[in-house]
Write a protein that binds this ligand. Structure first.
Ligand SMILES: [Zn+2]
Length: 438
């Protein structure tokens, strides 16, 4: 479909039918952005936070019990919300007498244990409006052609087939499953990109990087196409992945950070800084270290069906006081570190960022792909996809490099495999640790 037709008629009609006003929300965000000085943004955020906290204190049983009423309350009066609490107190965390539409949702969970929770229509809609706003920064407009690389099953039932048909023919959105990345499937995907010519490519960076690598090796399949933008989400966007994608697809790469439970939290601008979706989330840093880095606590300002207040999302970061040269009034998230179990555990329980293992492995040109799992006893299982040149010498380099990284000589079991399948959620994770810090 021509993008303008989708943008002007089909998408608005689709949203109206679903009871959403996403495009009006987007326009409001853009307007606020243009005001520029940040004052309107600040007052909007404060109003929304105050209203949310009052709502929680009055209508959410979990908070009514814990937060004293009868006086002005502030965010610090609320307890930090742990994932485990969401699991155990689900009913008490839902608003009583909620008149909106509550929708069941879940996240895969980096620990492999999914979390189910309730979201609502307004929260989802504002999440989507934020996404659209950030993409506008790169010239992507609603209705532009988009391909998602996502953990979707390849076999579809009737209703999802129908949805895909509608998304593709009316809304200009296509979905490629991240579950099968065999060379045949990669060829099919790259050929499809060359034919469909999307403005935007969106999805897991590990998956898009595989597609980009294939495209770089078979440029004729793209038939001169380049996307306007690639947006990576859900996984850490490591620098070497960004580079592979940028080179293979010949487009700028932006990182999107957020989740279904906490909400869309931040997005990179063209200057490469992560800006908070400040109208949608309120972000705090819990117990910051000397560098200002600590666990991120996210309060979703729009979800009223089951509010998430001071929710420990499992990532670490630092907020910046400095403005970004791109001119956006949205605050900057300076540092973003991966999920806590992306950290390996070394001698004396010290925490070593998972990317350190990557520094060891990327020095070995024979390594094409790997997956590293640190077990509870700190020993390591490493699966490697490698070229024919792989042998004893490379294995020794890996083992000694990992020992150096962890400052400890843990057992390292290396298995050479022909392919590494993604996890059930369709994500590739390079490094996982089951070990506990002391
Ligand atoms: Zn910026």
């Amino acid at each position: 479909m021509t993008p303008w037709l989708t943008r002007a008629i089909l998408l608005p009609a689709h949203e109206r039918l679903r009871g959403r006003t996403t495009l009006a929300e987007l326009a409001a965000l853009r307007r606020l952005e243009r005001e520029g000085d940040g004052e309107a943004l600040r007052s909007l955020r404060e109003r929304k936070l105050e209203a949310l906290l009052a709502h929680c204190q009055q209508h959410v049983p979990f908070y009514r019990e814990r937060v004293p009423g009868g006086r002005a309350i502030d965010l610090q009066d609320f307890p930090v919300l742990e994932r485990e609490t969401v699991r155990e107190q689900q009913a008490a965390l839902c608003s009583e007498g909620f008149e909106g539409v509550r929708l069941p949702s879940s996240t895969g969970g980096s620990s492999g244990r999914p979390l189910t929770f309730w979201t609502d229509r307004v929260k989802e809609m504002r999440h989507n409006a934020q996404k659209l706003r950030f993409r506008c920064w790169f010239g992507i407009r609603p209705g532009d052609r988009q391909v998602d690389f996502w953990g979707a099953p390849i076999e579809l039932n009737k209703s999802s087939r129908l949805r895909r048909f509608k998304d593709y023919y009316l809304l200009n959105q296509a979905l490629c499953s991240a579950h099968d990345l065999s060379p045949e499937r990669l060829a099919e995907y790259v050929r499809f990109l060359g034919r469909f010519r999307p403005h935007l490519v969106y999805g897991y960076p590990t998956v898009i990087a595989r597609v980009a690598q294939y495209a770089a090796a078979h440029p004729e399949l793209l038939r001169g196409w380049r996307p306007q933008l690639v947006v990576c989400t859900s996984e850490m966007l490591y620098p070497q992945l960004r580079e592979i994608i940028r080179e293979g697809l010949g487009a700028p790469v932006a990182n999107e950070y957020g989740s279904r439970d906490g909400g869309l939290t931040a997005h990179e601008c063209a200057e490469g800084r992560l800006h908070l979706a400040a109208e949608h989330v309120w972000v705090e840093v819990d117990e910051p270290d000397a560098d200002g880095v600590g666990d991120l606590l996210v309060t979703n300002l729009d979800g009223r069906g089951m509010p998430f207040v001071r929710y420990r999302v499992g990532d670490r970061g630092r907020l910046s006081a400095a403005a970004c040269s791109c001119g956006s009034p949205l605050p900057v998230l300076d540092v973003l570190e991966g999920r806590r179990n992306d950290f390996l555990v070394g001698r004396d329980g010290r925490r070593v960022h998972g990317s350190a293992a990557n520094y060891v492995l990327r020095e070995i040109p024979e390594v094409l792909q790997y997956r590293l799992v640190q077990r509870e006893d700190r020993s390591i299982d490493l699966q490697v996809v490698a070229t024919d040149g792989w042998g004893r010498r490379q294995e020794e380099t890996v083992v000694s490099g990992l020992h150096r990284t962890l400052a400890e000589e843990v057992p390292v079991r290396i298995e050479r495999v022909s392919a590494i399948p993604p996890s059930s959620s369709g994500k590739y994770r390079w490094v996982e640790s089951e070990a506990l810090e002391s």
